[in-house]
Design a protein around this ligand. Structure first.
Ligand SMILES: C[S@@+](CC[C@H](N)C(=O)[O-])C[C@H]1O[C@@H](n2cnc3c(N)ncnc32)[C@H](O)[C@@H]1O
Length: 304
């Protein structure tokens, strides 16, 4: 039974995820995150696998990537079924290899040991019991298979301290909430035009190309992310640590547990200057800004 919290979570994400589906650059950028190299696997490793994309989102970008990489079947699962029309726009070309399922990671509607590869990105903090969700995902992983998880780490870096603070402000301050809710390419362009025009009228110095460069830092892809950080309901603040998640894998009997560098490609905006810190999460600069950062881990379930 879906709770009102879950229904709200779904509704908020549905808006972003439809926008991402509608923009080929953003959709392809998300799809490009599924690369064997990223998971430390040889090319072709997804070929012939049965994959679960748990909490796939309305555009099911990772499901699409696994199918394009030759998975035998991909089950895309999310709450309710209001997202399926959106997911089908890209997935229907794969025919019966793609299945869309309504369900919760807290109570997966599958037998034990059902999938060779379980993928769950950015979902668990939105559930009321992340550990239970983890155990469910571990349960449906086949012996010899792998389970990949993305979970936002603890807010011990500057950026997430700010985000947690601003998330509180978003709940209580009408002016801030309205500004975030209205943030999009159009409103941002108006603000940037005003800034650059005013700057030009008040300053004489101009560096060749600076206005174009400044504009290039902001695009819809960035604004979707910013709105997501403030608007998306979470049961849990960003409070997970790498050590804790490693412990969960170990408790569930996984081996070869490894954190992988966040793989980022094709940002056309400000985030391309942050991407080196996503990839080198252990560098002191990355630790300063992001703390434990966005934790991406994978573990293998021992074979029979
Ligand atoms: C940050 S989005 C991530 C979507 C997708 N995995 C991606 O990486 O683009 C979080 C998703 O988790 C889903 N979700 C939240 N609680 C869930 C639950 N209990 N079971 C399954 N999905 C859930 C939301 O509906 C939303 O689509």
């Amino acid at each position: 039974m879906e709770t009102s919290f879950e229904a709200e979570t779904r509704a908020v994400f549905d808006r972003y995820q439809r926008q991402q589906e509608n923009d080929d650059h953003i959709f392809e950028r998300l799809v490009s995150l599924i690369e064997e190299e990223y998971f430390g696997l040889p090319t072709g490793s997804f070929h012939g696998l049965d994959v679960l994309d748990a909490g796939c989102g309305s555009n099911a970008n990772a499901s699409y990537a696994f199918l394009r990489k030759g998975a035998r079947s991909v089950v895309s699962l999310d709450l309710s079924n209001d997202w399926m029309d959106c997911a089908r726009k890209r997935l229907s070309r794969f025919g019966p290899r793609s299945a869309l399922v309504t369900g919760s990671v807290l109570d997966l509607p599958f037998d034990d040991e059902n999938f060779d590869f379980v993928h769950c990105a950015g979902v668990l903090p939105h559930t009321r019991d992340p550990k239970k969700g983890f155990e469910e995902l571990a349960r449906v992983t086949r012996p010899g298979g792998s389970f990949f998880l993305t979970i936002m780490g603890t807010a011990n870096g500057v950026i997430y301290r700010c985000i947690n603070h601003l998330r509180e402000l978003y709940k209580t301050d009408d002016q801030f909430r309205t500004a975030i809710d209205n943030l999009n390419a159009y409103t941002a362009r108006e603000a940037i035009d005003w800034l650059l025009k005013t700057k030009a009228s008040e300053e004489k110095e101009y560096i060749a190309g600076e206005n174009e460069f400044f504009r290039s830092l902001f695009d819809d892809d960035l604004f979707v992310t910013i709105r997501d950080r403030f608007q998306a309901p979470t049961y849990h603040e960003f409070s997970f640590t790498e050590v804790q998640i490693r412990g969960w894998y170990a408790e569930c009997g996984f081996e070869n547990i490894r954190r992988i560098s966040r793989y980022t490609r094709d940002f056309h905006n400000l985030r391309r200057f942050l991407a080196p810190m996503y990839r080198h999460y252990d560098h002191p600069l990355a630790r300063f800004w992001f703390g434990d950062g966005c934790i991406q881990m994978i573990g293998d379930k021992p074979g029979n």
